[in-house]
Design a protein around this ligand. Structure first.
Ligand SMILES: [Fe+2]
Length: 416
């Protein structure tokens, strides 16, 4: 059962009482966490000042050959982020970009979108302008990218950065993937409508109040935050989110996207706060006495979890733009990584991506596939998202006949 939102203030007070009883001197622990994270923030600022890379980058060829060094893996775990280049050939990504444009034009997406109320509070700023995020899930290029062998290999590599077995239990299968059908971004130069302030997905108040999340963060709430491992898979796939079009109800080891156009700093694209342990600060900051007793530093049910200047200013200087990526490159970030989208697109070309994360096989994701299957077959919006159902009568959308054997398994339409 998900959290009883009507009892939220009471539940928050209870959590704080319980956590303080376990931690003891919360202010002292917070000071330690702050000192630890400040070192990371300063290091990132210094790297950026010297023009050095902050977000780890690897080439897909190394992933495929099993030749990613232990140092590179450790860097990804520490930063919670990665760019994997050349997952697809440039020409492939560019033709997908064209094809999506034709699919949207042929089916008059923009005209249809203008006449509908998306009802998606996550992107309320979109109201007045042309869409930049498209409620499209089932175009041929999206399906082809999701079911590509190279994408499966990239995701297995990322899933394997996690500890997926412990205590005699398997938390998820890193080598089998569930397709989590997400949308598209096609952002035009000059657009100022899409900016997303720094946030993380996968739940807000759940991180304190959901019983499985309390296990995920047991070391943090138990006063032993240095022992917390962001890549420990135990209980991760057992959390229960408050249903909302702003909250992902599948388990993703990494969120991610595939670039269809060249994009980098200033192009209205992604920024990341590349500190995997940054979540510790967000979890403990509300326990301090200067935060109202029934408040979790602004966390709101059914919304993304925001970085709030008043409470989390410490981390803000570490927010880092992604490096320039080319068509066919992919960007990934751990589900506890704070990320943002630049307010303004000041570049010259479209910044277009297909959102494809890594959702390894587990009971939670298999259950999601059961719900998602029906949406795919009828062309409706994927179940986690606003009920827009644009593609129900779209010409040229992907069908079962377009799925490979792997694609069918990933969609839950064939047994592994
Ligand atoms: Fe997000």
């Amino acid at each position: 059962m998900s959290i009883d939102v009507s009892r939220l203030p009471e539940l928050i007070r209870e959590k704080k009482r319980e956590t303080r009883a376990r931690i003891g001197d919360v202010e002292k622990v917070l000071a330690e966490v702050e000192a630890d994270l400040r070192a990371d923030v300063d290091e990132i600022a210094a790297l950026r000042a010297r023009g050095e890379a902050v977000i780890p980058e690897i080439d897909f060829a190394a992933v495929r050959a099993g030749q990613v060094s232990d140092a590179a893996k450790a860097a990804i775990r520490r930063r919670g982020t990665a760019v994997i280049r050349n997952v697809f050939p440039r020409s492939q990504a560019e033709s997908w970009n064209e094809e999506i444009g034709e699919y949207l034009a042929r089916n008059e997406y923009v005209k249809k979108a203008a006449t509908r109320d998306a009802g998606d509070r996550y992107f309320t700023s979109l109201k007045s302008s042309r869409p930049q995020i498209f409620g499209i899930y089932w175009s041929m290029p999206q399906m082809q990218a999701r079911q590509a062998a190279s994408m499966a290999e990239a995701r297995a590599f990322l899933n394997r950065l996690w500890r997926f077995e412990s205590g005699g239990r398997t938390h998820f299968d890193p080598d089998r993937e569930c397709t989590y059908a997400d949308r598209l971004r096609r952002r035009e130069p000059g657009d100022a409508s899409l900016g997303l302030s720094p946030h993380m997905d996968a739940g807000s108040v759940e991180r304190w109040l959901d019983p499985a999340y309390s296990e995920v963060y047991r070391e943090v709430f138990g006063g032993n935050w240095r022992a917390y491992d962001p890549f420990d898979g135990a209980f991760r796939a057992e959390t229960q989110e408050i249903p909302s079009p702003a909250v992902c109800s599948a388990f993703r080891t990494f969120q991610g996207w595939t670039a269809l156009t060249r994009q980098g700093p200033g192009d209205g694209t992604l920024q990341l706060l590349p500190i995997a342990r940054g979540i510790v600060y967000l979890l403990l900051r509300p326990m301090a006495r200067d935060v109202p007793e029934d408040d979790l530093c602004g966390a709101k049910p059914g919304r993304a979890l925001s970085l709030v200047e008043q409470w989390h200013a410490l981390l803000k200087p570490a927010i880092t733009p992604i490096p320039v990526v080319e068509p066919g490159d992919t960007v990934w970030w751990h589900s506890d990584i704070i990320h943002a989208v630049e307010d303004q697109h000041t570049g010259k070309g479209y910044s277009n991506v297909i959102y494809i994360g890594a959702a390894p096989y587990c009971a939670k994701n298999a259950a999601y596939l059961d719900r998602q299957k029906a949406a795919f077959l009828s062309g409706e919006s994927a179940p986690d998202f606003s009920v827009e159902n644009f593609e129900v009568d779209f010409e040229g959308r992907a069908t079962v006949a377009d799925l490979s054997d792997l694609g069918k398994k990933q969609m839950g339409l064939a047994a592994w």
